[in-house]
Design a protein around this ligand. Structure first.
Ligand SMILES: Nc1ncnc2c1ncn2[C@@H]1O[C@H](COP(=O)(O)OP(=O)(O)OP(=O)(O)O)[C@@H](O)[C@H]1O
Length: 235
């Protein structure tokens, strides 16, 4: 379980998170939604220790994470933007990361699932955006960790790869893992998420299931329900 309590984050004068309170339950897929710039990545990076909150507390499995790093060994993270070294090949990068992890890493099935074999000997700098994202996905899923934090994993993927990713995430959930995800692909979120968290104006504007969101917004479909939340933010 991850708990954010009274989380504030300012970048200079810009107040991004304004006393946010959120609990992310174990064994569920929780999707964090919100307009561009609402603070989704900031929230995720605060949990990972990559952004230092201005105020507030974050705990993981009931322990405050402040100043700690060991908990990160239980977390697999897919960053929104992967900055790969351009001159390495895909295979070289995978080998390097496997060595650094020092844990068992399972890449063969992921490479096959995402049809990456033809790209293994290519330099990362020469890959298309979608293929780079597939490498990013392999890196995030290759270690068997109980918590997966996925920042825009759908970015640039074609429909077949999107389906492969969806199946992969659901199979990880079946193993009892906790998945925290951001995505702007609403059909994807609607299909996989157990819990929707909508961030607006620096705080949680809605938290609940898709069905609860439809009831609260009096809309008949998920897209319209999200649009109505977004429009409130622009009102
Ligand atoms: N290191 C930084 N320094 C200054 N401002 C930042 C920094 N990181 C993020 N911001 C600003 O904080 C706000 C929230 O950014 P964040 O990336 O968390 O949003 P997001 O909800 O993930 O957006 P998107 O949907 O576009 O990915 C934005 O206005 C962004 O420009």
């Amino acid at each position: 379980m991850i708990t954010f309590t009274n989380l504030h984050k300012n970048y200079g004068k810009l107040e991004v998170l304004k006393g946010l309170n959120l609990t992310v339950s174990d064994g569920k897929i929780t999707a964090v939604l919100g307009p561009n710039g609402s603070g989704k990545t900031t929230l995720i990076k605060s949990f990972l220790g990559m952004v230092i909150p201005s105020e507030g507390e974050i705990s993981f499995q009931e322990k405050n994470i402040k100043g700690k790093w060991q908990y990160r060994e239980e977390v697999s993270y897919l960053p929104q933007i992967a900055n790969f070294p351009k001159n390495l090949t895909v295979l070289e990068l995978l080998k390097m990361i496997k060595n650094l992890k020092g844990k068992h890493c399972e890449t063969d099935s992921l490479i096959a699932d995402f049809r990456l074999e033809p790209h293994l000997k290519k330099s990362l700098g020469n890959l298309s955006g979608g293929t780079k994202q597939k490498v990013n996905i392999v890196l995030a899923f290759m270690v068997d960790n109980p918590l997966l934090v996925l920042d825009e994993p759908t970015s640039g993927l074609d429909p077949v790869s999107l389906l492969t990713l969806k199946r992969l995430i659901l199979s990880e959930k079946e193993k009892g893992k906790t998945i925290l995800i951001t995505s702007h692909i609403l059909s994807f979120v609607e299909e996989i998420a157990d819990e929707i968290v909508f961030i607006l104006e620096g705080d949680i504007y809605f938290q609940g299931t898709v069905t609860e969101l439809l009831v609260q917004t009096s809309k008949s479909n998920f897209e319209e329900a999200i649009a109505s939340l977004l429009l409130k933010g622009h009102a």
